[in-house]
Design a protein around this ligand. Structure first.
Ligand SMILES: Nc1nc2c(c(=O)[nH]1)N(C=O)[C@@H](CNc1ccc(C(=O)N[C@@H](CCC(=O)O)C(=O)O)cc1)CN2
Ligand SMILES: Nc1nc2c(ncn2[C@@H]2O[C@H](COP(=O)(O)OP(=O)(O)OP(=O)(O)O)[C@@H](O)[C@H]2O)c(=O)[nH]1
Ligand SMILES: [Mg+2]
Length: 461
């Protein structure tokens, strides 16, 4: 796969007020551009040692106007992030100053980098594989220390190693199969179909074990989406606020206050939980509220966990029961709010609707029972996803799909073995499995997939 060899530039730090801002340049022309726009205090860029910082000024080569006092670093290929010549300009961190410097760099012939293009070049130049490149953005977006740890492990090459090892084993199996095709009369025991079947089974089980934890991986990377549902005024927004410990959502005693869907992350023991506050569900008459209710129902569809809320200080109403019907397919935590007020709710009736289900009693207003609720959410997560601790964790649907397809290919291979279909067919399936695993590391992946991955990056990465 080839790529454009032009020189690219971007602001790699967030735009806005900051101590320092970094503008990055990568490509053959990087050092030339630096020479034209940097006036050193002591050493000219062409005489600068790589990876050393030098002080000087960025000037506009047209007007000779000084733009900023900066530190500049030169990186000589191939020992760089992209494996191309690179320059980093450490300017003051300000919107105008950084943009001005970028414009000057571009006017000297660099092209604005597309999202993820530096990392894409690191991948295309073979410094990192595709799963490591994906880990770069996962590190940046990690929501909890647990997410970060897993992303760092993947960036280090942990997943790549595992995939390489499994591919190596597949190649070994393939060699056995091919030997049995080429020399069928040689009755060497380790080449018989039973041994091959055993080897395939072992590898398939290993892949299945990884797949079993893919849900956990996805949750650690993306968060568990948890929707708070209930009829108007039960205290959904109050609960969101007390979980966040800030007044994020509007709370009033008017039923139908929340209309938009509000999403915020909380961290429960290192697991990111996306809490979604929604409009109270009822037969709305108001046009805006109707849209809110529709959005609430859409959130329910996508949610992995439902916090179903009832008002302890009020009777169970038809609306409550209708909502209970809606969540039947979901993992539900029952919450009774406003326990600081006299209890009016018919708990027995509620228990009948949800037999055997634990009910958590809280007061969102007085912040009582919130820790118990968090513990229940954590329990729901661990019940749902199992242990996070040991072994390799895959965090992306792209990875689990590839492994699933590899497992399916191996299953077809096993079936062919059982049915004594020619060994060539078995070999073909093993080769397929090999290719699917190669999608993860990018050894075998099409350009559209690569494009889609890097499009999701931020600019300057
Ligand atoms: N200023 C700055 N800070 C940064 C980065 C950067 O590019 N610039 N990084 C970027 O995101 C991260 C660091 N990651 C990096 C990874 C590899 C190489 C690199 O040059 N690798 C070469 C040389 C290895 C070596 O000297 O040991 C290589 O692997 O061949 C640079 C940065 C975080 N902080
Ligand atoms: N006494 C008491 N009042 C509460 C509690 N939680 C919420 N409230 C009150 O109940 C009213 C409704 O609270 P909200 O959080 O806006 O309820 P909601 O479910 O988001 O309502 P909608 O957005 O209209 O669906 C407000 O007046 C809150 O102060 C609680 O634990 N105890
Ligand atoms: Mg609300």
């Amino acid at each position: 796969m080839d790529y454009e060899r032009d020189t690219i530039a971007a602001i790699s730090t967030p735009l806005g007020e900051g101590g320092i801002g970094i503008i990055r340049i990568s490509g053959d022309d990087s050092f030339n551009i630096a020479d034209r726009i940097f006036v050193p205090r002591k050493i000219k860029p062409c005489d600068m040692e790589p990876r050393k910082m030098y002080l000087g000024d960025i000037i506009d080569p047209e007007t000779k106007e000084t733009i900023d006092e900066v530190l500049i670093v030169k990186y000589k290929a191939p020992y760089t992030y992209t494996r191309e010549d690179m320059v980093e300009i450490n300017s003051h961190g300000g919107f105008t100053v950084q943009n001005r410097i970028l414009e000057i760099v571009l006017s000297c012939g660099a092209r604005m980098a597309r999202p993820g293009e530096f990392t894409k070049r690191a991948f295309l130049n073979g410094r990192i594989d595709l799963s490591q490149a994906e880990a770069v953005i996962d590190v940046i977006r990690a929501k909890t220390e647990r997410s970060l740890k897993i992303a760092q492990e993947q960036l280090r090459g942990g997943l790549s190693e595992k995939i390489r090892e499994m591919r190596h084993n597949l190649i070994r199996i393939l060699a056995h199969i091919e030997a049995s095709i080429d020399f069928p009369e040689d009755d060497i025991p380790c080449f018989d179909s039973e041994t091959i079947a055993g080897e395939i089974k072992k590898l398939k089980e290993e892949m299945e074990k990884i797949l079993n934890k893919s849900k956990a991986g996805k949750i650690v990377r993306e968060g568990l989406s948890t929707v708070i549902l209930g009829r108007p005024n039960v205290g959904k927004s109050s609960l969101l606020n007390s979980l966040l410990k800030e007044k994020r959502a509007i709370v009033t005693d008017i039923p139908g206050t929340t209309r938009d869907v509000i999403e915020e992350y909380i961290n429960i023991k290192g697991i990111p939980i996306k809490i979604i506050d929604t409009a109270g569900i009822r037969e709305a008459t108001d046009e805006v509220e109707k849209i809110g209710v529709r959005k609430a129902l859409e959130s329910l569809e996508k949610a992995e966990l439902v916090i179903l809320m009832f008002d302890a200080s009020d009777e169970l109403k038809k609306e409550d029961i209708d909502i209970a019907e809606l969540v039947k397919e979901k993992y539900v935590i029952l919450v009774i709010n406003k326990i600081d007020l006299p209890e009016k709710i018919d708990l027995e009736k509620l228990e009948k609707i949800f037999p055997g289900k634990n009910i958590i009693k809280i007061s969102a207003l007085k912040e009582e029972g919130i820790e118990e609720l968090k513990e229940a959410i954590y329990q729901a997560v661990t019940k749902n996803i199992g242990s996070l601790e040991e072994g390799i964790l895959i965090t992306r649907a792209r990875h689990s799909q590839a492994i699933r397809k590899a497992v399916e290919a191996l299953e077809r291979g096993e079936k062919a073995l059982e049915e004594s279909i020619p060994m060539e067919v078995v070999a073909m399936e093993v080769r397929e499995a090999l290719e699917f695993l190669g999608e993860i590391t990018g050894d075998n992946v099409n350009e559209d997939v690569i494009k889609a991955i890097f499009e999701n990056f931020c600019i300057g990465k």
